[in-house]
Design a binder for this molecule. Sequence first.
Ligand SMILES: Cc1cc2nc3c(=O)[nH]c(=O)nc-3n(C[C@H](O)[C@H](O)[C@H](O)COP(=O)(O)OP(=O)(O)OC[C@H]3O[C@@H](n4cnc5c(N)ncnc54)[C@H](O)[C@@H]3O)c2cc1C
Length: 289
Amino acid sequence: MNIYYELLKYGKVLEKIYLKDYTTIKVGGMARYLFYPTNIKNLQKALKYLKKIKYPSFILGMGSNILATDDFHDLVIIKLDHLSSEFIINNELLKISSNYKLSNATKKLNHLGYGNFLGFSLIPASIGGAIKMNASCYGNTISDTLVKIITINKNGKIKIYHKEDLHFKYRKLLLEEIILYSFFKLYSQSDLNTLEESISIKKKSTQVYDYPNFGSVFKNGEIKSYQLIKDTNMQGVKIGGAMFSLKHANFIVNLGEAKAKDIFTLIKMVQKKVYYQYKVNLNLEVIIL
Ligand SMILES: Cc1cc2nc3c(=O)[nH]c(=O)nc-3n(C[C@H](O)[C@H](O)[C@H](O)COP(=O)(O)OP(=O)(O)OC[C@H]3O[C@@H](n4cnc5c(N)ncnc54)[C@H](O)[C@@H]3O)c2cc1C
């Protein structure tokens, strides 16, 4: 059976897309299919079909934490952009769909006087991606006020998980399911717009917003990763079109024509140097696809 025509029954399908067009670092080879389900029922049907034919899929948010290899990706990239977008507050409980932009949700909550997402306005994430990556900024972590999530698994089964049943780690939720909705217990806070602005100014002055990137390359350990990268003289080192940023050493920037292989070379070089000099393993924060 033709996968393209089967998926077409359940939503929009694009064939042979380049992942570099769907990731913030603007790197990544071709993927066979990109699928936008029109509703959850159709997503269920598509997942059941893919499971039946044993064809792999990958859920993509805004692609801001993804390093996709230059190879051909024989799979279906699933994006939730065409599902209905929800932001509903009831009794101080926010229900929000995974396709909602974190920056927009932050602006809305700040405006309404709820401090849950304070500091998140510059994180280029979808809510689903932010929950999966347990995004955080200056001490505020997205899972802090999470109450529950609604997910769908590879069999198309819808499930509800309460926070206490979920395992959140540093930049990771240990759950291999697609998150559809998240629920947050809202709390009031004052001066949010002023606080958000000062966080944004601080972030813009220390982090990288002028070149394509995927945020921090490595997780932080006892010694901050940017410090280890600086100490091994890797800041500013360039391979092909990729470079450890001069502004923040734990960011790799795409200077124009970077390939994933350039980025992998930089990653391996610095990991080797840091281990050799400090016996410290630098662990990737970015997700490899
Ligand atoms: C300029 C810049 C600044 C950044 N600043 C920060 C920061 O301050 N703090 C921070 O924590 N991160 C930061 N990041 C990293 C990144 O934005 C976060 O990790 C973000 O949460 C990724 O969200 P996304 O929607 O882009 O997910 P993607 O990058 O598309 O995906 C990331 C992971 O989430 C999974 N995923 C995506 N959607 C879903 C879903 N609906 N259900 C289940 N899994 C899903 C993907 O399969 C993948 O494993 C920054 C990145 C950039 C480029």
